[in-house]
Design a binder for this molecule. Structure first.
Ligand SMILES: Nc1ncnc2c1ncn2[C@@H]1O[C@H](COP(=O)(O)OP(=O)(O)OP(=O)(O)O)[C@@H](O)[C@H]1O
Length: 541
């Protein structure tokens, strides 16, 4: 660094020391069990640190998640110093590894074909790919193919992931014409693994909707048939894909509470939380599954909260059906060993698997229909979602139309608004006004009814979480009634910089300062309502 650089760089004077935030500092990155020292500047943004990691280590920026002292460094435009990272500190790097595997197929004629296959496709799908790729070869028909891996003949239903013990390895397969086999003696023996999957029922008066029973039946049937839960390579917590009894599709995603980020049995190696707080401010470790289930319960259909007549109806935002379950299986993370007893039973959320062609992270937002984006904005504002990044919105195509499905709601309804983040804020659709239909839906929302509904399902919201739901619903309703776009309302809830409070946080603080000892929650909400009206006056439509 030249003298001129030093003269121009910002300085902090603390107790006589001149602290230059443009001096390099060394931090340590832990990733997959190894520690990598790295030179950065305190004045670097999180985005530029991620870019450095990409340049030095080859991990794509959008696949990186950085965690420091139990908190995710999620705001890319904030600076390293804003998060309080100092020289010698340890940052945990979590990689969101793709589910795609490179497969190398070696044919009987020594021809090699390489292609990428989703690890959750089965061998039959692989045969179809080979038939497409190897036109003109003798094994063009799927039925003519026999695939061997390390000398073992692979059953059509077998998952690619199951074959690839070493998760990111290139797999060599041999394709040959099938020998005549005696079907009687060639039956596959089912592996003898323990299985058990049951819903957690807290209120026997509430009926489990048929759509959830179907999911439970399929996932439980899969376990009985020896189809192993497959741990997702993505995500900061343990998430397991539960297979259909035929092993040809995924039916649900199970997230055990003891494997959540910062929980004791987290399989990603994140150190356990020291104060019980989760990865996002205002959440607790071990409550992610409750929040996942709450998200489904609160996602009312357009006609209003589900009743016994409308229990199968899809929610307005389309949160996949989710329920709390108990499950026993050796494939889950059991660091203390697996004996198949009560101590190995895991409790967590089971969510219906939604077929998709990727997430919103995989393409620019331009072509997303306004209606699809708006339904998610309503849900996120209402629940003050602290984890709405584009990777948590699955994408699908119905004909030419793009459909969006929101997932991963383990950080909704936090106790405060500190970590609210909405990736959609910067999408063009968020600047469009809500339609009449959406406005009617927003108008029908009732936070008190929602709190009572969660209570009936066994989640007695803490005063702070209930307050979040009340204030968020209030803001959504007032903002929408005033004709504000999702962008204008969302902006009130999100911090622009990590250390700069959002408008909603300032409103809450102001209301706290106006409170006198002994005043009730109702009075607090009346005060907030008045402050909100005043602040919204100054926001133009
Ligand atoms: N209901 C679902 N249907 C289809 N895929 C799902 C569903 N829920 C989760 N997934 C997929 O499972 C994987 C792990 O999910 P999880 O939500 O834990 O990951 P994540 O979004 O990467 O998490 P995090 O934001 O904590 O890093 C992701 O690839 C996600 O797309």
């Amino acid at each position: 660094m030249s003298t001129v650089d030093v003269a121009l760089s910002p300085i902090h004077i603390e107790s006589g020391f001149v602290h230059n935030i443009n001096e390099p500092i060394v931090i340590y990155l832990t990733v997959a069990g190894s520690v990598i020292p790295m030179c950065i500047l305190e004045s670097d943004s999180i985005a530029s640190v991620k870019l450095r990691i990409q340049t030095c280590k080859g991990f794509l920026v959008k696949k990186q998640k950085l965690v420091f002292e139990g908190k995710e460094l999620s705001r890319n435009n904030s600076l390293v110093k804003d998060y309080g990272v100092l020289s010698g500190d340890i940052l945990h790097l979590i990689l969101r590894v793709s589910n795609l595997l490179m497969i190398t197929v070696e044919t009987a004629f020594k021809k090699e074909i390489k292609f990428q296959v989703d690890r959750f496709r089965n061998v039959r799908y692989l045969k179809q790919k080979i038939a497409e790729e190897a036109k003109g070869e003798a094994f063009i028909n799927v039925s003519d193919q026999e695939i061997l891996c390390n000398g073992e003949k692979l059953d059509d239903q077998r998952l690619i992931d199951d074959i690839c013990r070493n998760r990111d390895a290139i797999v060599h397969l041999t394709v040959q014409k099938p020998a005549q086999v005696d079907k009687e003696t060639n039956c596959e023996k089912l592996p003898n693994v323990g299985y058990q999957l049951q819903p957690v029922i807290v209120n026997p008066n509430l009926k489990i909707p048929p759509v959830i029973w179907d999911m439970l039946d399929s996932a439980s049937g899969g376990l009985k048939m020896g189809k192993k839960p497959l741990r997702s390579t993505e995500g900061t917590g343990g998430a397991y894909f539960m297979q259909h009894p035929l092993g040809n599709e995924i039916v649900a995603v199970f997230k055990p509470i003891d494997e959540e980020p910062l929980a004791v049995n987290n399989p990603q190696g994140l150190p356990p939380s020291t104060n019980g707080e989760g990865l996002k401010g205002g959440t607790k470790v071990g409550e992610g599954a409750l929040r996942e289930v709450a998200a489904y319960i609160l996602d009312h259909p357009l006609t209003g909260p589900r009743t016994s007549n409308s229990e199968a109806e899809k929610g307005f935002a389309g949160v996949p059906p989710t329920i709390m379950v108990k499950c026993l299986n050796p494939e889950f993370n059991h660091p203390l060993g697996y004996v198949g007893g009560l101590e190995n039973i895991k409790v967590g959320s089971l969510q219906m698997f939604v077929k998709n062609c990727g997430s919103c992270e995989d393409m620019g937002p331009r072509d997303f229909p306004v209606k699809e984006v708006h339904k998610i904005t309503v849900f996120d504002i209402r629940t003050a979602n602290a984890d709405r990044h584009a990777g948590n919105i699955l994408m699908n195509r119905d004909g030419g139309r793009i459909m969006l499905t929101p997932i991963d709601h383990g950080y909704c309804l936090p106790e405060n608004f500190k970590d609210c983040t909405f990736d959609w804020l910067y999408w063009p659709q968020a600047r469009e006004p809500y339609s009449k239909q959406v406005l009617n839906y927003i108008n029908s929302l009732d936070a008190e009814q929602d709190i009572a509904l969660l209570n009936s399902h066994g989640w007695n919201l803490s005063l702070e979480c209930a307050r979040t739901l009340r204030i968020s619903t209030m803001l959504l309703k007032k903002g929408a009634a005033k004709g504000l776009s999702p962008f204008s309302i969302g902006q009130i809830m999100c911090r622009v910089k990590v250390n700069k409070e959002s408008m909603i946080e300032k409103m809450v603080q102001k209301a706290h300062h106006s409170m006198l000892p002994g005043m009730s929650e109702v009075t607090f909400l009346e005060i907030i309502s008045k402050i909100m009206d005043f602040e919204l006056e100054n926001i133009s439509v």
